[in-house]
Design a protein around this ligand. Structure first.
Ligand code: PEP
Ligand code: MN
Length: 338
């Protein structure tokens, strides 16, 4: 259920509702909007009849059921869409947010050179994997702690916030010390204990879609983070497994308008993992923006031919600059800026 307060409800009236909701055995999540406050009541459906009485409380405008299984992620809660801040960068506002950088941090020179290149081309957030989820245990696993420090330093040097993946709940505190945003990769999209722990972190989370996660399951994964107390979640469509083998994954751009209807959370697209092929990244990045995405995640490597992971899909800096130029034109067409 959600309790919508009247536009001029007093703090005391709001607190009285919160107290009643908690007495009924629900968690009360207060969402303070520009015009009015909304209180989301999250818990088992059993006590919900008690909540309907809140309609008669002073300062309450209406009490509405949220029919979807995800409550805090539901668009009803934030009809205008939420904006998540990563450092000073906003994701979900009119201006698009572009994250770019190598698949993995490989050495100081590589990440610094990528950082300078993506910054010069207009990226807003630097990406780079330090803890890498590799299909084979024999592949390069990332530079781990050392990589985190290199990423932080490179980001600082060029003035960009940084995002990197967390795979293991034990690494959360360390990663949160060095990164401005924590990424949950496709392989961990339904690792519920990891998601719950990320709900306690004071940093925004980039949640990637699992390779075989349906969109309602994707939002339930986000709900784990939200319900554990972290309201700052950005979704990332990165392609799914289908019968098609021509591309590494099938980038599901239907997901953008569908999710925009279902949730208030910002949504970005990763056409690098979505296609697995350098030549397909620019067209699918443009299609993503045309479909309404709030931003992009693009793998960029100074020397893709020598990359230790995902070489075939990483853009050279010049190609990334070309991508940004074209993205600007499509953004204008859909009334966004970059
Ligand atoms: C990544 O972004 O580094 C990554 C491993 O992507 P995904 O989890 O989408 O495969
Ligand atoms: Mn990669």
């Amino acid at each position: 259920m959600i309790v919508v307060m009247k536009a001029h409800a007093s703090p005391a009236e709001i607190e009285a509702v919160v107290t009643r909701v908690e007495q009924a055995g629900f968690q009360a999540h207060k969402i303070v909007g520009v015009e009015r406050t909304v209180i989301a009541c999250v818990g088992e459906e059993r006590g919900k009849d008690e909540l309907s009485q809140l309609e008669f409380f002073s300062g309450v405008d209406s009490v509405l059921p949220i029919l979807k299984p995800y409550k805090l992620a539901a668009r009803e809660l934030h009809p205008k869409g939420s904006v998540v801040k990563v450092g000073k960068v906003e994701i979900g506002a009119r201006k698009l947010a572009v994250m770019a950088g190598p698949c993995a941090i490989e050495n100081a020179h590589q990440i610094e050179s990528a950082a300078h290149a993506v910054k010069a081309a207009g990226a807003h957030i630097l990406r780079g994997g330090a803890f890498k989820p590799r299909t084979s245990p024999y592949s390069f696993q990332g530079m781990e702690s050392e990589g985190l420090q290199l990423l932080e330093r490179a980001g600082r040097e060029v003035g960009l916030p940084v995002v990197t993946e967390v795979m293991d709940p034990h690494d959360i505190d360390e990663i949160a010390q060095h990164a401005d945003m924590l990424q949950v990769g496709a392989r961990n999209a339904q690792n519920f204990s990891l998601l719950r722990r990320l709900g306690k972190v004071n940093k925004p989370i980039l949640l990637k879609r699992g390779m075989s996660t349906k969109l309602d399951e994707f939002l339930m994964a986000a709900e784990y983070i939200l319900s554990a107390g972290n309201p700052n979640v950005v979704l990332c469509e990165r392609g799914i497994r289908t019968f098609e083998t021509a591309t590494r994954n099938t980038l599901d751009l239907n997901a953008i308008p569908v999710l925009k209807g279902w949730t208030h959370l910002p949504i970005i697209v990763d056409p690098s993992h979505g296609t697995g092929a350098e030549a397909l990244v620019i067209p699918m990045a443009l299609a993503s923006i045309a479909a309404g995405a709030d931003g992009l995640m693009i793998e960029v490597h100074p020397e893709p031919d020598h990359a230790l992971s995902d070489g075939p899909q990483q853009l050279r800096p010049e190609r990334f600059a070309e991508l940004m130029k074209s993205v600007r034109r499509v953004a204008e067409a859909v009334d966004r800026t970059v």
